[in-house]
Write a protein that binds this ligand. Structure first.
Ligand SMILES: *[C@@H]1O[C@H](CO)[C@@H](O)[C@H](O)[C@H]1NC(C)=O
Length: 324
């Protein structure tokens, strides 16, 4: 145990690769998730629900929890134009925003006596600094709202084929104002909007090459790279210039450059450099070294410094440059 720990630390400290590709996976910062909301009271419909259009419905999700959903199914009349607008969503630090929609759509040919029937809906957003939208403002049309996409169901349900849930994710942005509204336009489909989850991606805090890289929000586009500077873990120092890393648009860290090394007399312990506990970690190694009385490099020290094994079994830190 002691030997393998020591050998591992040793290997780490002699790390001399200064640039490499390394992927660490993304995290999401949630801005809205209807699955954890007991009410969708801030949502607005046009026309108002008792004149047709979208209606709020209580449902039980697959885990047995009550959830609020919206449904619409106006297939008996032509020219449907039913809008549903989510509450105002502050973007916080988000630049590119992701919208995950779970929904089901009924197959048109499965519905008797349809006058007009669609199997898609349209997703829009509207930027706004404040939650100041009203029942009739912004105007309910595709010129005021910015269209994201027409969303079709991969699977549609029918009387023989129930419980087909579609999941679609779209990304929007960059958003320039403090927040935005999402809107769903129905033109005559039978839709159940089961959940809406809105989030942005971040590269999570990590410690790599003995440097701490803080959580970093992804850039405004999928191809953006956002550079983050690392801070050396306590009791360590940069090797050359400050370590850097790039946060990709999808929330992964990549292209690390530089690294840190422990100060003389310290050894790496995940997120901190600790004072060398030589007798414990190197007990086996040091015995060997003491026997041959040779000088060896310690985990704790970089290329400049070595630890000299003393016959007593105690160690002192010496700077190789000074001693040479
Ligand atoms: C990382 O975050 C901590 C705590 O918020 C802060 O003290 C530190 O300066 C940040 N590091 C960098 C490199 O920005």
């Amino acid at each position: 145990m002691a030997t393998s720990g020591g050998a591992w630390s040793w290997a780490l400290c002699y790390w001399s690769i200064f640039t490499q590709v390394w992927i660490v996976f993304a995290a999401e910062e949630i801005l809205l998730d209807t699955r954890s909301m007991s009410t969708l009271g801030g949502w607005t419909t046009y026309p108002v629900s008792d004149r047709g259009g979208w209606i709020e419905v209580s449902n039980i999700n697959s885990d047995g929890h009550p959830v609020r959903t919206y449904q619409v199914c106006q297939v008996r009349r032509e020219d449907q134009n039913n809008w549903l607008r989510a509450e105002w969503i502050p973007k916080r630090q988000g630049r590119r925003i992701y919208v995950e929609i779970k929904f089901s759509i009924r197959e048109c040919r499965d519905i008797p006596n349809v006058v007009s029937c669609k199997e898609t809906f349209d997703l829009y957003y509207f930027e706004s600094d404040y939650p100041d939208a009203t029942d009739d403002s912004p105007a309910w049309n595709d010129r005021t709202y910015t269209k994201v996409d027409r969303i079709a169901a991969d699977g549609r349900f029918s009387h023989v084929n129930t419980e087909i849930i579609n999941t679609e994710v779209r990304d929007i942005g960059p958003i320039f104002k403090r927040g935005f509204y999402l809107a769903f336009q129905d033109s005559g489909a039978c839709i159940s909007l089961l959940s809406v989850r809105v989030y942005y991606k971040v590269c999570p805090t990590i410690t790599e090459h003995y440097a701490i890289f803080n959580k970093t929000v992804t850039g405004p586009s999928i191809t953006s790279l956002v550079q983050a500077e690392g801070q050396c873990i306590p009791n360590s120092e940069p090797v050359g210039r400050q370590p850097t890393v790039q946060c990709t648009g999808t929330g992964e860290w990549t292209l690390f450059t530089g690294s840190c090394r422990c100060l003389p007399g310290y050894e790496p312990q995940r997120t901190v450099a600790q004072r060398c506990d030589v007798p414990k970690i190197f007990s086996v190694l040091s015995m060997v070294q003491v026997k041959v009385k040779s000088i060896y490099g310690c985990v704790c020290v970089g290329l400049r410094t070595t630890i000299v094994a003393m016959v007593t079994g105690r160690f002192s830190v010496k700077n190789a440059e000074q001693s040479s």
